[in-house]
Design a protein. Sequence first.
Length: 269
Amino acid sequence: MTTSPLILLGAQRCGTTAFAYALNLAFHDAGGHFTVNGKVLYLLHRWLSRQDLADRHLRTDEILHALDRRPPDGAGVDAWRARVEQSLRTAAREVAEGTAGDDPAALARRILTESNQDLPCWGDKYNEYLLHLPWLGDVLPDARYVMLVRHPLEAARSMLRWTGDRPWVPVSEATALAKWTAWNAHWLDFAPRVPAERWLVIEYQALCRGEETARLEEFTGMSLRPYLTGLAPRNPAAHADDTLPPETAAVWEALQQAAVPALTTTTPR
């Protein structure tokens, strides 16, 4: 097991939430913590800037409000939430006193370290992390990444079936594919910055079939098989003869190549 954080990445409707709950239980049983939709990194990116430090004002109240509006989940989340709040409040006072320095990435790193202090393993999943990967790289320079990818048509059709108050959901298959393409392309831009031994690209259908379990166990240093056996697709797989827009097809092809050797020739393309 390694103490470097594990960040689960993936675009919307690509299976990351179910996968995150499995990792949460595995980490919890190992004495650590994996947060389902923790989003603290995302909120710090929005509410902790160099100008905020110069103005001596860390918006801890805004971050805590956002955490409470759509609370993170998973076993052990209440203890994690309490540690996050304590660290944020301490940091806010130091910012106000002018003793927190002028580097937002360094302060964000400290908040995350304090929130997970003394844990043998920790990690987090939030879809929007894909939109701020350079920030993640600066804040957590030793992080490991698991990038979960799903056939763009499967993800797009799942987006269109999504219910609830989500005003940012596309309303057509074409725009859903465009959103999938934009989000996943961020990983392709970022991956060359990360040493190859610190990232995995995992294909959703292969994960559900159990074909990625051994690779994930080797990567994390943890026994995951008992926690991953319940993962299963809820909707039909895309057909091999389904066509994709050229830009989407190019991103999907690059992601599939990154996921080798787990994929087989029968995977939809």
